[in-house]
Design a protein around this ligand. Sequence first.
Ligand code: FES
Length: 215
Amino acid sequence: MTDETTQEPYACGCAGAPLPRRSLLTAGLALLLAPADAFAAGEPGNAANASTVKAPNPKAIRPQPGDTFAYLSGEAKDQKVMAADLKVGDPPRLVYPVDPATGTIRSGSRVNQILLIRTDPAALTAATAPRSADGLVAYSAICTHNGCPITLLNEDGRSVVCTCHGSRFDLADNGTVLTGPATRRLAGLPIAVTDGAVTVAGAFVGALGAAPSQQ
Ligand code: FES
């Protein structure tokens, strides 16, 4: 998985258990019993399908400029992320972008899991500061080693640790890898603060997910 716009993230290696045989048999039986028109819509050359243009799933498209954010879990799940609620020293918060026009939470793609955190603005490097907002920085939350979500703040207050295999990334310096096994930095997401809410200010900067050599 190398392309941040077209591909889904590499499945987390920590949850990659194969399907049990019974599940495979059940799935096969369901396919046999499904009505014929369940397949017809996807057949090349089908007249009804030829005029059908599949619209992109708004829940799965990448963060768009102007999107707000909603918490991914916890007591505030699905609530809008306000800048004032994020303090220096707090652990990173996992959030999803939200279309402000429709309220659609873009949770249809795992790549859209974003790590938000407030850092010391004075510590941000020249590569990071332009896409931050009042010390707030945002990165893809998907570890570039093997795809686990990153949730742990290191004791230095400026780097985060992936608990799957210990990779550490410097949030104040462009998501740089400080400790492997990951070899590729985290993709950054430009953000702003609009009417007190954290918002998306641009597209991801950098490749998303696990580097090919890591898979
Ligand atoms: Fe291996 Fe993150 S998935 S260090």
